[in-house]
Design a protein around this ligand. Structure first.
Ligand SMILES: NC(=O)c1ccc[n+]([C@@H]2O[C@H](COP(=O)([O-])OP(=O)(O)OC[C@H]3O[C@@H](n4cnc5c(N)ncnc54)[C@H](O)[C@@H]3O)[C@@H](O)[C@H]2O)c1
Length: 341
């Protein structure tokens, strides 16, 4: 039985705790840490009781903890991941991996030196539609892929709190407004999902990135609320990411993959293939599973079998590189070569 420590007991740790509970025959959350005791107590109760810590460094000394699940604000990811690796704990870490490429190098060095497994919690890779698209693309259903569109747009939710209270890094959600805690704006948060989805489905090396980042509705943010990103790949394909907290688009498809034989499109619960020359698409309605339960099940399996996770540290670094390159592109108003980021 894998002993797990959840670090950071805010919003998303609710879904993670649900995922750990659903895999309760193979893993148990034995400890939780949060600087806010009430948050730690709530999460401990959700998992049927766990030891609570205010300081995650104390949780890392707990001999019952084999692996940690890092659900902290972005600016604490690097410190927690490095400390966890040095304490020989395996790591599941929420997106983004960390704030900068230098931080990513520190995480990589600690993970490599200590021989632990790190999996990036890229939960949308575990969407049924994404899981069904990947082998169909690899089997040549759409032919040679030349364009991939990956989008995630909605109107901002109350999680971007500002209010009169100080924007403390531990106040739930408030850290999202500050670049020093967030590392940017919408793109490094929600925009991270369509970015890793794009890279996963492209299965090619991203070469360049250019981005337009704008803020339309959330002036309280240091960063953007909308990101439009163009990517070129070494196989000649191009990719487009659209991600926004300012767009209430119809619940359309989030992903299109276009090749010389046809187009594969997907939303959370639907997959559609339109062969070139056909009037009607083939449509498949899909189940909408809990992606947190699926990613946690995969993480447990990797630890049990010594396998590399489908979204490994390398995938996290590649995703962060694309995101950092996009920020550089927007700031400098030019196309950025990713091998320089
Ligand atoms: N996969 C997804 O769909 C998804 C959705 C939302 C958030 N996230 C990610 O999850 C992470 C957390 O986001 P959230 O929305 O849960 O944030 P949140 O603000 O709701 O929760 C963060 C928690 O961390 C605690 N905390 C802050 N600093 C701490 C420290 N030094 N030590 C211990 N605890 C500390 C806070 O008290 C708070 O309870 C972020 O990386 C975010 O990008 C992922």
């Amino acid at each position: 039985m894998l002993g797990v420590g959840i670090i950071g007991c805010g919003g998303i740790s609710n879904g993670h705790a649900r995922g750990w509970n659903a895999n309760g025959d193979r893993a148990k959350v034995v400890a939780v840490a949060d600087v806010v005791d009430e948050a730690a107590q709530t999460r401990a109760a959700q998992v049927g009781g766990a030891k609570t810590y205010a300081d995650f460094n104390d949780l890392l000394q707990d001999p019952n903890v084999d692996a940690v699940d890092i659900c902290l604000p972005h600016h604490v990811h690097k410190a927690a991941a490095v400390a966890a690796a040095n304490a020989k704990k395996h790591i599941l870490i929420e997106k983004p991996l960390c704030l900068t490429m230098d931080e990513a190098k520190e995480i990589e060095a600690a993970v490599t030196a200590n021989g632990v497994t790190l999996m990036c919690a890229h939960n949308q890779v575990f969407m049924e539609s994404v899981q069904q698209m990947k082998p169909r693309i690899e089997d040549g259903l759409v032919g040679d892929v030349y364009w991939i569109h990956s989008a995630d747009c909605f109107l901002s939710r109350p999680f971007i709190r500002t209010g009169s209270a100080a924007l403390a890094s531990h106040a739930p959600g408030s850290w999202r407004a500050k670049r020093e805690f967030m590392g940017g704006g919408e793109l490094i948060d929600t925009g991270y999902h369509p970015t890793y989805r794009l890279l996963y489905l492209a299965g090619a090396k991203a070469l360049t990135v250019s981005a337009v980042l704008t803020n339309h509705r959330l002036p309280q943010l240091d960063g953007e609320d909308t990101a439009q990103v163009l990517v070129t790949f070494d196989n000649g394909a191009t990719g487009q990411i659209l991600s926004s907290w300012a767009m209430n688009l119809p619940s359309g498809y989030m992903i299109h993959v276009v090749g010389d034989r046809g187009t594969l499109s997907a939303g959370a619960g639907r997959l559609e293939f339109k062969a070139n020359g056909m009037d009607q698409p083939a449509v498949r309605e899909l189940e909408v599973p809990d992606t947190f339960t699926r990613e946690i099940e995969h993480f447990i399996g990797c630890l049990e079998n010594g396998e590399t996770p489908v979204q490994s540290l390398a995938d996290g670094i590649a995703t962060l590189r694309l995101i950092r390159g996009a920020y550089q592109s927007a700031e400098e108003q030019r196309i950025v070569q990713l091998d320089t980021v």
